[in-house]
Design a protein around this ligand. Structure first.
Ligand SMILES: [Zn+2]
Ligand SMILES: [Zn+2]
Length: 137
């Protein structure tokens, strides 16, 4: 699958790199390096977990991929750097990550004068139990 993401400059195109980017592009939630590794298809090229880690680092450096603000089970998660950001809810029982429909802080207004602080972003972590686990607790 050809990635629709703008290819970073000075970044050699390889099948493995293209595949890693397209896995992230098609993901509905942030993925760990191991998740990505399990989905990558190098189309004949050998892809190692270390390749995935290295590629992720390079993509983060280039601003194409960001480290998600949530971690599940202590693992770093990665997602595409999109124009609109996303928030996620994490299930405390099964670690499932669910994308929230929109940003609850979209219309949030800081109660201090604009001149005193410039907001450039925010983190939000929502946790609880998913529908499957809710019935078991
Ligand atoms: Zn759950
Ligand atoms: Zn937000």
């Amino acid at each position: 699958m050809q990635s629709k993401v703008k290819w970073p400059e000075n970044f050699k195109r390889t099948k493995a790199r293209e595949s890693i980017l397209s896995v992230l592009e098609n993901a509905s939630e942030p993925l760990s390096a191991a998740d990505i590794y399990s989905k990558v298809d190098g189309k004949g090229e050998e892809v190692w977990l270390s390749t995935v880690y290295r590629t992720l680092d390079q993509l983060v450096d280039r601003g194409v991929v960001i480290k998600a603000t949530i971690t599940v089970g202590g693992k770093a998660l990665y997602e595409l750097h999109r124009e609109t950001h996303r928030h996620y809810a994490i299930c405390l029982a099964c670690n499932k990550v669910i994308q929230l429909e929109d940003c609850p802080l979209e219309n949030f207004m800081l109660k201090i004068k604009d001149s005193q602080f410039k907001v450039t972003g925010h983190n939000l972590e929502v946790f609880g139990y998913c529908i499957d686990c809710k019935t078991k607790i």
